[in-house]
Design a protein around this ligand. Structure first.
Ligand code: SF4
Length: 260
């Protein structure tokens, strides 16, 4: 941990619901739930290693979503640390999975959660990125499995078709694909670069562009309302129709004076 701290590493820790639901999904090799161990280790890391940046990802599924508010309350105390941040996202599962949440229910859950986070004064990460410049696309990252095998996406671990070799024996190209979307004018291009290809993989077995434009647009509009203190449960759909999102191109050579 000292090495990671010394080199300003960023660490992501994921939760699959409150203690009960998380422990159903994430057990150690003895079959014991890992929730308390993670919570305790988070406290130690945040107290001791100030250069680490720690991000908690909250995975939401059809099974655990009723427990997410309780989980946020457990994590609230960590949001006082500057090097901690919190975000939530939905699990990538096939549309016929019992964990799958359709897009309308997804919006309802998001709205409830954002209202809850505001009421409880719990800061969350405002820029929703779907995929972004993820490890499948960028040149700088890869996943090393515990057995030494290499992959370009952590969700593909164990899938032989996507194994790129192992440490010391690279058999395939390790460079990322780059952006998977040609639409550079899209307002969400830099949040997305073609989305999370694993979202398409779970349905058709191919790592392809995953365009969730409608959801990205809807989410950023309600976050905007939240930032203005105007987010309520009433008539959200009607209100956001009056908001439009535009991409602004900034010429880096412009002076502040010229911008005014
Ligand atoms: S939202 Fe769709 S169009 Fe926009 S960058 Fe992402 S994949 Fe491309």
């Amino acid at each position: 941990m000292s090495f990671l701290d010394c080199h300003n590493f960023a660490i992501k820790v994921s939760f699959d619901g409150d203690e009960h639901y998380h422990n159903l999904e994430r057990c150690n090799r003895l079959g014991k739930g890992t929730y308390h161990r993670i919570i305790n280790n988070l406290s130690v890391m945040l107290e001791k290693y100030k250069n680490l940046s720690i991000q908690a990802r909250v995975n939401i599924s059809k099974r655990n979503y009723i427990s997410i508010q309780k989980l946020f309350l457990d994590l609230k105390k960590y949001t006082e640390f500057e090097n901690f941040n919190l975000y939530f996202d939905f699990v990538a599962v096939p549309n016929d999975s019992i964990l799958y949440i359709d897009s309308e229910t997804k919006k309802k859950i998001c709205l409830d959660l954002l209202l809850f986070l505001s009421k409880e004064n719990i800061p969350y990460y405002h820029d929703l990125k779907i995929g972004g410049y993820c490890m499948f696309k960028n040149q700088d990252s890869l996943t090393i499995h515990a057995n030494g095998n290499l992959y370009k996406c952590y969700s593909l671990v164990g899938n032989e078709n996507y194994q790129l070799g192992s440490i010391g024996q690279v058999t395939n190209e390790l460079t990322g694909l780059g952006s998977m979307c040609p639409y550079k004018d899209c307002a969400y291009y830099e949040f997305c670069y073609g989305g999370c290809p694993f979202n398409t993989f779970v349905n058709n077995g191919k790592m392809e562009r995953d365009c969730q434009f409608d959801y990205l647009e809807w989410f950023h509009k309600i976050v905007f309302l939240d930032e203005l203190g105007l987010l309520t449960k009433e008539d959200v759909e009607g209100t956001i129709q009056h908001i439009s999102v535009h991409k602004i191109y900034v010429d880096k050579n412009l002076t502040m004076e010229a911008c005014r």
